[in-house]
Write a new protein. Sequence first.
Length: 63
Amino acid sequence: MVLADEAAVPDRASLTEAAKRLDAAVELAPVARTDGTPRHDPELLAAAYDRIFRMHGRIGPWR
């Protein structure tokens, strides 16, 4: 699974293609802080992970 901030991905098709080569799916969600700093917002990131786990169940270990 590849999780990325939807506002930080200018070319979704390229990201999706790269993820496919790794046998991964892409999940885009708002996860960045809204204050303009290049950091994750902990609550938004947690909510994104919660959605992923609810939709996809347990995610296997990285290979």
